[in-house]
Design a protein around this ligand. Structure first.
Ligand code: F0G
Length: 461
């Protein structure tokens, strides 16, 4: 189809089923936040007006996906829906062995339970928090090797999600024999949703091959990454996203996939490998906890929805709208003087809370303080990616994270441009009174994934 050159990018869908928003007043929000221990994960969703906590499992499904749900075959073993799903994943990735799991972290647990263990070291451009936790839970080490450009937040260099190839080579040499795999997270969620370039994936793949270490993709946002390659990488503009996706997967030996992002479903995920032996090991463990290998903790319905979602996410009208909506929000926030990670990535806008609130030190959680202020101001919920999530507490010592960010994640196909305009207006209001935003102190936090359940209290001024 020839593309016409209208400047306005519209939502490429009509809305036929709607859900009302949760309007509240400020006293109600103050009460909800205080009850939640200043942890937005514990605020009831009905008390949230616009929910930007995550883009995971929060998408709107299409009519084709709902129709697929009706056609789902729920046979215990070898259901028709499994074969529909398997075909789509094989076409997408080129990997012959496909294992459904109920969500991304279930796949992580399987893989690291047979590859992890004390003394092992896993390398990545940056592990997502559950991935890191699953590795560390086996006694192994998770080592992030992001490119230095990732930390120049205001600077608009492309592909800040890349892995640092020099550091990768050094780590592969120094830790020879102890690295079961290298994992590239595309897009790099913990580093601002920044894409990884095709060139970086290819070069990392060659390095890994030379050291005989398998490369895997954490492919949760593979389509957004591929679209950003098309839009930003030299020589890629004329290709289809599907062919870029095939090339990305072709450089790796397999993938871990949370279907809750770019498979456009509310629940689901999969593992896919070139290697039969790995698939065999994963299936052995799968059956202990997730279920029979042709449904892996899901139903036939979910597999149908995921299969259709994987097809729909490759629609370039959709991807263009998706990336442009993130850019639209970023542009509006920039105009209000809000410091961001630039350029915006695929699924979220990341506010640089350290620069926005320089009066709050890292140990007082500027990202979380901003998350609380945003909720109190207008009921908008976002997530801190900073010292609450990644800071280390060793006895009385506190090691802050490298960045203090607030992530505004955009659920897929859910909010419209008017919602974005509203978010921008609320940030404008916060920017005018930011000196009044106070830090927080930590009252209680568990060892793994502290941000989900931590309790905090505001500091008195
Ligand atoms: N990998 C990446 C890059 C992720 O972003 C996530 C989840 C996972 C793995 C785990 O997948 O949730 O299906 O178990 N990210 C969500 C987020 C939770 O909000 O960014 P899951």
């Amino acid at each position: 189809m020839r593309r016409e050159s209208w400047k306005t990018v519209i939502e490429p869908f009509k809305i036929r089923s709607v859900e009302p928003l949760g309007f509240t007043d400020r006293p109600e929000r103050e009460k909800a936040l205080s009850r939640a221990g200043y942890n937005l994960f514990k605020v009831p969703a009905e008390k949230v007006l616009i929910d930007l906590l995550t883009d995971s499992g929060t998408c709107a499904m299409s009519m084709e996906q709902w129709a697929g749900m009706m056609r789902g075959d729920v046979s215990y073993a070898s259901s028709r829906s499994y074969y529909v799903f398997e075909r789509v994943v094989k076409d997408l990735t080129g990997y012959p062995h496909v294992i459904p799991v109920h969500q991304g972290r279930a796949g992580e647990r399987l893989v690291f339970s047979f590859l992890g263990g004390p003394g092992k070291v896993f390398l990545s451009n940056m592990f997502f928090d559950t991935t890191r936790a699953n590795i560390e839970a086996t006694g192994a080490e998770a080592l992030d090797l992001p490119a230095d450009k990732a930390f120049f937040h205001g600077d608009r260099r492309a592909f800040k999600g890349d892995i640092d190839l020099a550091k990768l080579e050094q780590a592969l040499r120094l830790r020879a024999g102890r690295v079961p795999l290298v994992l590239l997270t595309v897009t790099n969620n913990s580093l601002g949703g920044q894409p990884v370039s095709l060139r970086n994936i290819r070069d990392a793949s060659r390095l890994c091959a030379r050291h005989k270490v398998p490369l895997l993709l954490d492919a949760a946002r593979f389509a957004e990454n591929a679209y950003l390659i098309k839009a930003r990488e030299r020589g890629q503009a004329e290709r289809t996203v599907r062919s870029i996706v095939r090339e990305m997967f072709g450089y790796a030996q397999g993938c871990l996939m949370s279907g809750k992002k770019d498979a456009l479903v509310n629940m689901g995920g999969f593992l896919a490998f070139k290697d039969k032996a790995w698939a065999g090991k994963a299936r052995e463990i799968l059956i202990l906890g997730e279920g029979f290998p042709t449904y892996g903790g899901l139903t036939g319905r979910d597999l149908e929805a995921m299969a259709r979602g994987i097809e729909e996410v490759l629609d370039e009208q959709y991807l263009r709208y998706r990336i442009r909506s993130v850019e639209y929000l970023a542009r509006g926030l920039r105009r209000q003087g809000i410091p961001l990670i630039e350029p915006p990535g695929g699924h979220a806008v990341y506010v640089d809370a350290a620069r926005f609130l320089p009066h709050i030190p890292a140990e007082r959680f500027p990202g979380q303080a901003l998350a609380c202020a945003l909720y109190l101001e207008a009921g908008i919920r976002a997530v801190e990616i900073g010292s609450l999530m990644f800071g280390k507490r060793e006895g009385r010592r506190f090691l802050p994270a490298r960045m203090e960010l607030l992530r505004l994640a955009l659920p897929r196909r859910v909010y419209t441009q008017a919602h974005a305009d509203f978010i921008i207006e609320v940030f404008g209001s916060l920017a005018r009174k930011k000196r009044a935003i106070r830090g927080l102190r930590l009252l209680k936090a568990p060892r793994f994934l502290p941000h989900f359940t931590a309790r905090l209290a505001p500091l008195r001024s």
